[in-house]
Design a protein around this ligand. Structure first.
Ligand code: NAP
Length: 277
């Protein structure tokens, strides 16, 4: 009898890690549902033989409709969810409006948790499931001018650590992936969010913003130890396919380094180091 392919839902698959994950899981024989927001990105996914779904994480109707579409198409079976879609709001804390912060959390946290909750009943009914959250090294340590993004990823770490305890014994595993710098559209998208919400010239931080703009506009790797998205997806594959998935997967040297240093250094010593990054 032919085996039914396992199914995975991947958010934020228009580019970068999500798109790479969609193609790699497809190549491993998974039935892939991959989300994007723009028509051209949905068409590009369809051309790659994955099932495209339009998802705006900041919109609750869109989140609920995504879960319903996947569960309808699979007869209520979803083996894995890769919560990957997110963006980075740059800017000093004192320049962040309430709206900028709310938007950052609406996508990176609220939509992600809402989507997870929408598929959990089906996973519970099936007695198994894998949920992988794409966090960041910035879910472990903080950098100046990344406060909104840091806060959203710290919050995601907290949610995951709690969910892991609450799902114990359910057959559902929750894993965090914590990448450092990865080649993707992340910086370009961060720049758009920066322009949308930060009045750089009116800020006391304007000189630092000029340097930051240059970095955000750099093509290719802007910092050492940058890896391609495949490095992240390899860990996601382990989280989803292994018999004993790990709660946390570090990716890139900076994550291993800061994951260790935050445990052994005092806050003051760590601050001294992070202020120079
Ligand atoms: N690149 C890095 O250095 C790095 C490091 C650590 C962690 N990460 C994490 O890796 C994940 C993927 O990022 P990436 O590097 O692949 O960046 P990317 O190329 O910018 O991809 C981000 C994806 O998220 C989607 N997205 C953003 N806001 C959304 C929203 N409101 N609703 C639905 N989808 C939304 C984007 O869709 P659109 O194309 O429509 O905007 C895109 O498909 C993120 O969780 C990020 O925090 C990245």
């Amino acid at each position: 009898m032919p085996q039914i392919p396992r199914t995975i839902l991947i958010t934020g698959a228009s580019s970068g890690i999500g798109r790479c994950a969609a193609l790699m899981f497809r190549d491993r024989g998974w039935r892939v549902f991959a989300t994007a927001r723009k028509d051209e990105d949905l068409e590009a996914l369809e051309a790659e033989n994955v099932t495209p779904i339009r998802l705006e994480l900041a919109d609750t109707a869109s989140v609920q409709s995504t879960a319903a579409q996947v569960l309808n198409a699979t007869g209520g079976r979803l083996d894995a969810l890769f919560n990957n879609g997110a963006y980075g709001q740059s800017g000093a804390i004192e320049d962040l409006s309430r709206r900028a912060l709310e938007e950052q959390f609406a996508t990176n946290l609220f939509g992600t948790v809402e989507l997870t909750n929408a598929v959990l009943p089906a996973m519970r009914a099936n007695g198994h499931g894998r949920i992988v959250m794409n966090s960041s090294v910035l879910g472990l340590v903080s950098l100046a001018y990344r406060g909104a993004y840091n806060a959203s990823k710290y919050a995601l770490e907290g949610v995951c650590d709690t969910l892991r305890l609450e799902l114990k014994g359910s057959g559902i595993h929750v894993c965090l992936v914590e990448p450092g710098p990865i080649l993707s559209r992340f910086r370009a998208n961060s720049y758009l969010a920066f322009q949308r919400h930060i009045d750089a010239e009116a800020s006391v931080h304007r000189d630092r913003y000029r340097a930051m703009r240059e970095r955000l506009n750099t093509k290719g790797a802007a910092v050492p130890f940058t890896l391609p998205p495949e490095a992240v997806v390899k860990k996601v594959i382990h989280a989803v396919e292994s018999r004993s998935p790990r709660p946390r997967y570090y990716v890139t040297f900076p994550t291993y380094l800061f994951g260790l240093l935050r445990r052994v250094l005092s806050t003051r010593m760590l601050d001294r180091l992070l202020a120079r990054v």
